[in-house]
Design a protein around this ligand. Structure first.
Ligand SMILES: [Zn+2]
Length: 439
């Protein structure tokens, strides 16, 4: 009940006082299944808040729409008799306080980008509610608490960095820094939390849960292409973003001999080719992208004076990512000498890759197999809250297919059968995790 203060918008929402669930002590159930219709009902109800054309959602973090979404999910948590806490950065945890020790936790986020879909994040949160309700109704008492959470500002669309709430939850960023963050619209996180009634009092960072598992749509095309229903996520790629500036000699395109040019556009092109070649040489999970090139003065008959380009380099292996970074640095130095241009660069972002523990990845695969579902291992190309929780407890992720690999788009879609299958796998994993001393 910590963080539950009078005068908050969510205060007084359907309080559940008389809810009881049957109590029996039996062996760990292996044949429980969630109620798919109930899960889809909740997904569609949440999607009505901040609904946009094309079937998507716009609930930027800490806006009125985010508040309304939060209020609805909190009311559902309370319907299930969960103890609801709101921490100092607005992360909300609903705990079914049975058994003893640390909770087996699941969850995700309910904030969206401005052109978000129905499933990104929301699925992971509402699956957690559905799982707790399913276990409550079964009569089986887990030996540990079960908890479902939604973290503040996962998307980072209004405030940077993304995954802000989960990063604070594990102590990776200070509360004061979070509260003082200014958004794209000039608003301040701390003020907005107060305004929407989610400036809670539960301390952050929080104690580590027993384990954390997140169900999420893949947001990429791999599962669908491979015909697999369940993704056993091995980890999250490390990301290195760099902005490169090349200064050369601007001159007439007709009169300057080719041998006398110091051409930033040519150098930028060579860098793009080098990155493509590097990704091909490394193979595996190495990806490289030049996503943006600006030329100055950007005219048809002028050798440019300057090129500014961005490099997005990702790998699941930190050693390989570092090797790629240093190869790129060496190539930039050599290129500057070869072409007679000046090349400078600055780091825009850097996140180390996260590897989920082998036992958690195996548990996803084994559970999928128990359910007669096809599965495959894959890394996540996008960032997720689970990668932050991996800093403090055994963590893992379950992916379900995204139709055509589309996400952050109203057209985002996952088949109901896949959603239900993913939630059933998560249910069984959480039951198993409650019975394991060391996940
Ligand atoms: Zn997400």
């Amino acid at each position: 009940m910590d963080g539950w203060r009078t005068g908050q918008p969510w205060q007084g929402l359907r309080l559940n006082i008389s809810y009881t669930f049957p109590v029996t002590t039996t062996a760990r159930p292996t044949d429980l299944r969630i109620n798919g219709a109930r899960l889809m009902d909740r997904l569609m109800s949440l999607a009505e808040i901040g609904a946009i054309d094309g079937g998507g959602c716009a609930r930027l973090a800490l806006t009125d729409a985010d508040r309304d979404g939060r209020d609805l999910v909190v009311s559902w948590m309370r319907d299930l008799g969960l103890e609801v806490t709101v921490d100092t950065v607005g992360n909300v945890v609903g705990t079914w306080s049975v058994g003893g020790g640390g909770a087996v936790m699941t969850g995700s986020h309910i904030d969206t980008v401005r052109t978000g879909g129905k499933y990104d994040g929301n699925l992971g949160v509402l699956a957690g509610l559905e799982i707790i309700q399913t276990v409550q109704e079964s009569g089986w008492m887990p030996p540990r608490p079960l908890a479902v959470t939604f973290f503040t500002n996962e998307e980072g669309a209004r405030y940077a960095p993304d995954m802000m709430g989960s990063l604070a939850y594990v102590g990776g960023i200070g509360v004061e820094e979070v509260l003082g963050t200014i958004g794209i619209d000039g608003s301040r996180v701390g003020d907005e939390l107060l305004r929407i009634g989610y400036a809670g009092t539960t301390p952050c960072p929080a104690p580590a849960p027993h384990a954390f598992v997140e169900l999420h749509i893949e947001q990429g095309p791999v599962l669908e292409k491979e015909g697999a229903t369940i993704g056993a996520v091995t980890g999250v790629q490390g990301i290195s973003w760099r902005e490169v500036t090349i200064e050369g000699q601007s001159n007439h395109a007709g009169t300057t001999p080719m041998s006398m040019r110091h051409d930033p556009a040519y150098a930028a092109s060579l860098i793009a080719v080098f990155l493509r070649d590097l990704a091909r040489r490394y193979g595996g999970n190495q990806v490289c992208t030049v996503g943006k090139i600006d030329l100055h003065p950007n005219l048809v008959n002028v050798v440019p004076a300057r090129a500014v380009l961005t490099l997005d380099v990702r790998n699941t292996d930190e050693g390989l990512l570092r090797r790629a970074e240093s190869e790129i640095t060496e190539r930039l130095d050599a290129l500057a000498a070869e072409e007679g241009v000046t090349i400078t660069s600055r780091q825009l972002a850097r996140f180390e890759p996260v590897e989920f523990g082998e036992s958690m990845v195996t548990l996803v695969e084994a559970t999928a197999s128990d359910h007669g579902l096809s599965s495959m291992r894959l890394p996540s190309g996008a960032g997720h809250d689970a990668q932050m929780l991996a800093r403090i407890c055994p963590s893992g992720m379950v992916f379900v297919p995204s139709h055509n690999g589309i996400s952050h788009n109203p057209a985002e879609h996952t088949d109901t059968a896949d959603i239900v299958a993913g939630c059933d796998v998560l249910l069984q994993m959480m039951i198993t995790l409650t019975t394991q001393e060391t996940p």
